[in-house]
Design a protein around this ligand. Structure first.
Ligand code: NAD
Length: 520
């Protein structure tokens, strides 16, 4: 493939036989649904509810185009992905507005999430070859006459099922890495953010000259379930743990592997030697930004008893100006998914009923569309606000006697996604003891902005990784190759192998590994 000033020249079949040059399934008569502005309830767009047959057709279209995409190699894909990066960047304001409309989050937050996603597109494009390309490895003693190498091949077509809370950053963590690895992708965005999904698929398709490498399917859970059964080679799911279980069950029918990026119950741990102003700033932002609808957002704060009072004073002082309302300058937006209001209300009520002390917001903080920031202290550890994902602008802040207790309580949840530690002397050792996929020290969520780091959790937060080298390998299969360079001294894989060869093989094994004394 050659590169022109306007980008790589296209070669190979453009579309599957008889297929139109469009990214998404044709606009057609049939069932549809509306995407709404959660601040007002206004209709933002109308999208198709795609049937199982339409989803299968999208997978087939992507499969054909993916052959071309695979065959242009790392360098070819890099050119297209970097072009896509630039297109997203140039149209940042347009995409931010769409994210703002469909999620209700402030423009600045939308821009931040898109900016981080762009950095990932850039990283995946530039590093796929180094991470996935053929690499020589040592052949060891038995195959000393062979050259050994490993490369990571694309799986085929990856189904990506996304959530609404970060409708650009989150799905692109799978889509970009799957594409960079050479796969076709069929993307099912959340029913709350289909317009953002369409925008992403349409811009990529524009960049690759209309080839349907990345396809869009829209609809509710049934469309997602259909994608799991549509012949894809892997499913990357981001959403709640409960839906993740349904996705796994559907994928199990055909032994389709899955990545599950599910929820969390992250904590911020504040040690006695922490910078309290910084810790309060981080905990507040992590808990309240995006109206608390962040998988890696803080929901719990464990503070060393020695600094609990001054920490709370800082936190409340900084929280004073944070309110949620419909105007464009609101620091936090509405609750995007109306059904979540009930969950948030239940968690607040339960925490208060069990003896929690409300220091901000409280039972009346939950409105029809907006929830005002709520901070509750001394909440018993068996409260729903501690054991379940709240997904609202709430923080539970509890004092702890020491950092062992902070780690033990942090790890007591069934989730294990991310978290933060604020402190000096012990911060790294505390971070290492937290059972989660990611921890930031003296900051919040910074790991998400480091493209070379893996992103994912343990326990009910899921498994598998997006981002970084692990995220690229997630969408491949390892292929091992050995090549004989010269005839072996001991021919072990022959029907003519004789007694002398077996004796020499035994001698060799003994020489190599028989030296260490038995432990008593
Ligand atoms: P959700 O589980 O309700 O939906 C996620 C997606 O799954 C949607 O596209 C939905 O249509 C689809 N879906 C629903 N039922 C399905 C089924 N039976 N089969 C296949 N697909 C189906 O989650 P949500 O409300 O959109 O997102 C919020 C959740 O996502 C929170 O728990 C949050 O913590 C989590 N999340 C996790 C990460 C992460 O990286 N770990 C990132 C963002 C959000």
């Amino acid at each position: 493939m050659t590169t022109s000033p306007t980008g790589p020249e296209l070669s190979g079949p453009l579309f599957g036989a008889g297929e139109p040059p469009i990214s998404s399934l044709p606009v057609r008569e049939g069932p549809s649904f509306e995407s709404l502005d959660p601040r007002t309830g206004d209709v933002v767009g109308v999208h198709a509810i795609h049937s199982a047959e339409e989803v299968e057709a999208a997978v087939e279209r992507s499969r054909l185009a993916a052959i071309w995409w695979r065959d242009i190699g790392f360098e070819g894909r890099k050119e297209f992905l970097l072009q896509w990066r630039s297109v997203i960047t140039r149209r940042l304001a347009q995409l931010s507005q769409l994210v703002h409309l469909e999620t209700g989050k402030p423009h600045g937050d939308a821009q931040l999430e898109i900016g981080l996603a762009i950095d990932h597109v850039n990283w995946a494009a530039k590093n796929a070859k180094k991470v996935l390309g053929a690499t020589s490895v040592s052949s060891g003693v038995f195959a000393i006459n062979h050259a050994s190498s490993v490369r990571y091949n694309p799986l085929g077509v990856v189904g990506v099922i996304g959530p609404w809370n970060y409708p650009v950053f989150t799905p692109l963590g799978s889509i970009t890495y799957a594409l960079a690895a050479g796969n076709g992708v069929v993307f099912k965005p959340s029913e709350y953010t289909p317009g953002v999904g369409r925008w992403l698929v349409d811009t990529f398709t524009e960049v690759v000259g209309g080839r349907p490498v990345l396809q869009l399917v829209t609809g509710y859970g049934e469309t997602g379930a259909a994608l799991c059964r549509a012949g894809v080679d892997k499913v990357a799911f981001t959403g709640s743990a409960n839906t993740g279980k349904r996705v796994m069950a559907a994928c199990a029918e055909n032994l389709v592997p899955v990545v599950i990026e599910a929820g969390g119950k992250d904590s911020v741990i504040v040690d006695e030697d922490a910078d309290l102003a910084a810790a309060a700033e981080g905990a507040l932002w992590s808990g309240m930004s995006n109206a608390g609808q962040t998988c890696i957002g803080a929901e719990r704060v464990y503070v060393h008893r020695a600094v609990f009072e001054p920490f709370m004073a800082e936190l409340l002082e900084q929280a004073r100006t944070v309110t949620a309302h419909a105007a464009n300058d609101s620091l936090i937006g509405p609750i995007t998914m109306p059904s979540q209001l009930e969950v948030i209300q239940r968690h607040i009520d339960d925490a208060i009923a069990k003896g929690g002390r409300v220091v901000l917001g409280g039972a009346g903080a939950v409105g029809e569309r907006f929830v005002q920031p709520t901070i509750i202290t001394h909440v018993p550890e068996d409260s729903a606000a501690i054991t379940e994902e709240t997904f609202g602008p709430t923080l539970v802040v509890n004092p702890v006697d020491d950092m062992d207790e902070a780690v033990q309580l942090t790890n007591a949840t069934e989730y294990g996604l991310a978290g933060s530690v604020y402190g000096k002397r012990r911060a790294v050792s505390i971070a290492e003891r937290v059972r989660s996929g990611m921890t930031s020290i003296n900051a919040v969520a910074m790991f998400a902005g480091v493209p070379s780091l893996p992103f994912g959790g343990v326990g009910q937060s899921g498994f598998g990784r997006i981002h970084g080298p692990d995220g690229l390998r997630e969408f491949t299969y390892a292929k091992a190759i050995t090549r004989q360079r010269f005839k072996p001294l001991l021919n072990l894989t022959s029907m003519q192998r004789d007694e002398a060869t077996d004796k020499n093989a035994a001698l060799l094994i003994n020489l190599l590994y028989g030296g260490r004394k038995t432990l008593r």
